[in-house]
Design a protein around this ligand. Sequence first.
Ligand code: TPP
Ligand code: MG
Length: 261
Amino acid sequence: MATGAAWAFAREGAPRVAATFFGDGASEEGVFHESLNFAALHRLPVIFVCENNQYALGSPVTARQPSGTSITGRARGYGIRAEQVDGNDVQAVYEAAHKAALHCREGNGPYFLELDTYRWREHVGPHWDHELGVRPQDEVESCIERCPIRRTTQALRATDPGIEDAVAAWDREFRAEVREAIALAKASPFPRVEDLLCGTYENRRGSGQCGNSPTARRSARRRSSAWRPIRPSCWPARASTTTRASTAPRATPSRASGPRG
Ligand SMILES: Cc1ncc(C[n+]2csc(CCOP(=O)(O)OP(=O)(O)O)c2C)c(N)n1
Ligand SMILES: [Mg+2]
């Protein structure tokens, strides 16, 4: 999508840069290579940011990619300027991102950043997974030592000892924000099946409305002539389909069957 957006910027001569963020596992998808090739060929203003947290689900990068190779190296193979950065060093990431944006704005084509970091917990959810044998506990502990928030806080303290009050205020503010987000999520209803494709296809009006609103219904009618999204079998049948399908029970999303990734 970012490559497409960058193509549009380039065609329209817009002074804009697209950026896309994805994992080390995502870099093994075919579309990754297609996008890099296309962006390099057309010198598109797009920054590819790979957050390499060393795992895809519970599978380490060393078990998935040949030794002696790197994701940055693969990007360079397409002739793209690419840099591997300590992703847990906020200042280094800032400087690399600045350089990447400048490179794109000056019409030099795409830029690739591989940010080395680490995922402390399981792929989806709040639990530790080293007890399940996914990875060794000492690996997790040594990576926690590199916590980017702690490192940045220490760096700020070193330059300005008077920053302590501000740090404590940020801590309170962010913890309150997370608590509120959790409370809001728990109090919210599950999304409706009708909203499954919300945001998947272009909403020409850009209203951002989903589901069963008059605007969404109008835009769905307009879309239906141009796009034919695959209807998942759990969807309620359309009135015009066969008797068997139209009497099929309507699927109700539940926690157990909700999307996991
Ligand atoms: C196109 C596609 N292929 C496969 C999956 C299944 N899947 C979900 S997450 C995941 C691993 C992603 O790894 P990574 O990009 O490193 O993300 P992380 O696990 O670090 O969050 C896979 C294979 C998917 N959701 N979509
Ligand atoms: Mg990953």
